[in-house]
Design a protein around this ligand. Sequence first.
Ligand code: PMP
Length: 430
Amino acid sequence: MPSTALKTALINAEKKYIASNPKSQTRYHEASRVMPGGNTRTVIFYSPFPVTFEKGEGAYLWDLDGHHYTDYLGEYSAGLYGHSHPAIRKAVVDSLDYGTVLGGPNLHETELAREICKRFPSCDLIRFCNSGTEANLLALCAARAITGRSHVLGFEGGYHGGVLKMFPNEALNVPIPMVLGQYNDIETTRELVKTHAGDLAAIIVEPMMGSGGAIPGDSAFLSYLRETADEHGIILIFDEVMTSRLSPGGLQSRLGIQPDLTSFGKYLGGGFSFGAFGGKAEIMSRFDPSKSNSYAHAGTFNNNIMSMTAGLAGLREAATTDALTQLNQTGDWLREEMNAAAKALSVAVQVTGVGSIMTMHFQTNPIHRPADITSAPEKHALIHLEMMSRGIYFARRGYMALSLALTDEDHQRMLSAFKDFLSDNQDALH
Ligand code: PMP
């Protein structure tokens, strides 16, 4: 139950927010006439209504009412390059002169495929699609077709796409039979594998749960999944849609574990729609259309020139090995600074994550899996609105993904806003 101090602080924050965002509010009402709840992507809704953005440039955002924000959301990790990175912009604008969808192979897809396979050694071959959801669906369907088995083992609270949420009885999930284990829990997973091994086509896991709360996977747990998949002929899929940016070779290289298949998305399209799945030649060559009985994989926009050129420019000119390493070190530093600030002010906040992706939680007890997270929607709403009023934008759930465009001065401003918020709201956060 929220305390009276918390309720009062939130009411005041909402009043202030409504008063300072009249144009966004009007826009929200207009949008609601043509889209359910004025929304076409659930995660970008928050109460009382979201601000409408007018412009993004580098690490900054401007809304309709003229507020300026430093963007710590980074489009849920897809915005690695910041807004309108000059090299990406140039590559896209230059390519426009040559058409956007040509109805055949173009000059760019092989280059991007080569760059991704070079970075992620578990990928001998790769296929493009249009979203992370699609990448996971294709990886799971391929695993089911190859093994002739029906079920998929996932981990409760995980997220693999709009129709692949790892919660029991999710209304909109695809009807693939799921077995749900507990993340980072070898013993209960072992029991599940024992019971279902003969039916399991795939194990799908994020090496760090992203949407589930930026919860790092234990190396022992993920190694166990590799071993048990080998033992039982199950295809191990690492969903690196978010985590592939957490080291130059993805979280798999940091952990030293090679999955059979990896799904990708987000920033790898340079800020345009993107998905991909790749892995061992033995599996991926089943998609080779020159072979008989190959799997047909369709997608009008799979090799669209915008995503291919933007993705390639981003990898070659911005997300270099050095730049990614540096950004993830900065993320580790920022998380430590935020945790130290919360501790110094005796406020029960902890920031979890790996490198440049992190999430705030209003608790001090350790978090190994989503079930360990204490629900605190009022505190999340309060910090979200209050930090926005201080010019810092991140997700309502307290999620942040740093972009390469952020500077040290941005981080200092963010930290000082965070400290101000904590000290101004000690009673409400108690
Ligand atoms: N997997 C993970 C781990 C994700 O974080 C996401 C997106 N948040 C997806 C899959 C789905 O990607 P998309 O939104 O591109 O469909």
